[in-house]
Write a protein that binds this ligand. Structure first.
Ligand SMILES: [Mg+2]
Length: 198
């Protein structure tokens, strides 16, 4: 399935956003929400002082349990690399050979069995790309793993809509319903920022 292709020219920037650590429910709120990873503008990441991007795999870059990446996503990853951003895959998947092959294809480090939202995997990813949390963005489709984990580390968090409804049953039936409720809550409170929201 091809991700949505809208490419807004601007992205919400709030330089003060990371000066106050998030607490409570805010730990689950992404700094930015996009419909597709391709909406993330590398130049605007650089303007935030970001030097590295940690990438979730399943339903962010590839379909769940698959390894083919759309041409559009590959091009976007190339624009990140061309902009000088370092990339690292951070996946909870236990199918490590698959993520190894994808990382090899993208020529970037791969942190396997990350156990997001635990800090351990994030620390390994930061070490692999030699960046600090303040100079790093996390891109992922799940609030309770990618976003919570990134926010706990003080990383700039970007939540991308899952590229396909097919996913791990636990995610689909246990994680997604409260995730939807919380997104609605954050939206109602004006806490969700979109690329066009500047
Ligand atoms: Mg995912």
């Amino acid at each position: 399935m091809t991700p949505k292709s809208s490419k807004p020219e601007t992205m919400h920037l709030n330089k003060n956003q990371k000066t106050l650590p998030k607490r409570g429910l805010r730990l689950l709120c992404p700094d930015l929400m996009v419909e597709s990873v391709t909406q993330i503008n590398p130049q605007l990441l650089l303007k935030r002082g970001i030097k590295g991007v940690i990438l979730d795999l399943d339903n962010t870059l590839v379909l769940w349990h698959r390894e083919d990446i759309t041409e559009e996503t590959l091009q976007w990853l190339e624009t990140l690399k061309s902009a000088g951003l370092k990339l690292c895959i951070l996946s909870n998947s236990i199918w490590s050979l698959r993520s190894e092959r994808i990382a090899e294809r993208l020529q970037c480090p791969n942190v396997r069995q990350a156990k997001k939202p635990s800090r351990g995997g994030f620390l390994r990813a930061l070490k692999a790309i030699d960046t600090t949390p303040q100079a790093t963005a996390m891109v992922g489709d799940q609030m309770f793993t990618d976003i919570l984990g990134g926010n706990r580390m003080g990383i700039y968090t970007i939540m991308a809509a899952p590229i396909h409804p097919k996913e791990f049953a636990y995610t689909r039936y246990i994680s997604r319903p409260p995730e939807r409720l919380l997104l609605r809550h954050f939206r109602r409170n004006g806490q969700i920022k979109h690329p066009k929201g500047e």
